[in-house]
Design a protein around this ligand. Structure first.
Ligand code: SF4
Ligand code: MG
Length: 328
């Protein structure tokens, strides 16, 4: 396993006014391995999109670092390096329609990155490359001269994927790429992303608000709550043995396809709303909704600890010091 990205204590705060700061991402640390799909999940407003955008340098980081193959992306200064970097990371957006310019033809949309980076000079080669990309994502060359509104949601997402692939990136942040699509189309797009990953050695950060969406595509999954990472595990481990009470609640909410075959599973209903990231609770941020909260949880913030290999969690239940309630 080689690290492609190393994210350390990453923070992204937004100043709302003179007094309040929105701590959208408030100190998260994790690695993304070469060739894997890292799923990032959490309720809306937990900071997952902001994390994705800060990792790929669409936002400046407030604090912490993002190393991409050993280079801190937020320290890149020279034009040449920025250009190089912008090619290696691409984004696929949730709403393929809003992210495609309605006045541009599909071929010009797809070739945008090629043109910006001056990758191909000859018009003939450019046209060939666009056709190749259209084919790669399951469209055909006749589609190139048409406009985004002529396509279905799934086809538009294919166009967005072709645009991202055009510059031969290594890393793709897919921010809820299937959330806006019909269920019947979601699997097609996931399969397409998987195939492209295999054929082109891509690494994905796949963002979703729903654990069932990342289940089949992710090698590992990170769960965020209110600007913090609360747990990371290999996908199947997370689903079979969730550690953090928040993860347990999310897993228990996934509908069971055939309840008769599944052992009885208790649905954990979380009480209350997600508190504001402007004014997060003291200690553990999840404590206001946690069914297992102890005294210590309001006073001490749980440490981000490696519970076992490739298994991280931030919860006092897994901290020897507090487990038995000894210090609580
Ligand atoms: Fe619940 Fe306490 Fe663990 Fe937070 S630290 S998740 S409040 S048990
Ligand atoms: Mg979002």
């Amino acid at each position: 396993k080689e690290k492609l990205l190393e994210i350390k204590d990453l923070k992204k705060h937004f100043k709302l006014d003179r007094k309040s700061i929105l701590k959208a991402v408030d100190g998260i640390s994790f690695d993304i391995y070469q060739g894997e799909t890292f799923g990032l999940v959490g309720e809306s407003g937990c900071g997952k999109s902001t994390a994705g955008r800060t990792i790929m340098r669409m936002y400046e980081a407030t604090d912490g670092k993002v190393d991409f193959v050993g280079r801190n992306v937020h320290h890149i200064q020279s034009k040449r390096e920025i250009k190089e970097f912008n090619k290696s990371m691409q984004m696929i957006f949730q709403d393929p329609y809003a992210s495609l310019n309605p006045r541009m033809t599909v071929k010009d949309i797809i070739a945008e990155g090629i043109d910006i980076h001056g990758l191909i000079k000859s018009p003939k080669e450019r046209a060939e490359r666009v056709n190749e990309l259209l084919e790669l994502v399951g469209l055909n060359k006749d589609h190139g001269s048409r406009f985004p509104h002529e396509f279905s949601g799934g086809q538009r997402q294919r166009i967005g994927i072709a645009r991202a692939l055009a510059v031969n990136p290594e890393f793709i942040v897919a921010d809820e790429p299937i959330s806006a699509l019909d269920v019947s189309i979601q699997a097609q797009i996931v399969n397409l992303l998987k195939r492209l990953q295999k054929d082109h050695g891509l690494t994905y950060l796949f963002i979703a608000h729903d654990l069932s969406m990342v289940k089949h595509i992710s090698d590992r999954v990170g769960v965020m709550y209110l600007g913090k990472m609360v747990e990371i595990a290999k996908s199947n481990e997370l689903y079979h043995e969730p550690l953090h009470p928040y993860t347990r609640a999310l897993i228990s909410a996934i509908p069971v396809p055939n309840p008769q075959l599944e052992r009885t599973r208790e649905r954990i209903i979380l009480e209350g709303d997600v508190p504001s990231p402007v004014n997060p609770p003291s200690g553990c941020r999840f404590r206001t909704r946690c069914p297992l909260a102890m005294d210590v949880c309001s006073r001490v913030e749980p440490e981000w600890q490696e519970y076992k290999e490739d298994r991280w969690v931030a919860c006092h239940l897994y901290d020897e010091r507090y487990k038995e309630g000894s210090l609580a």
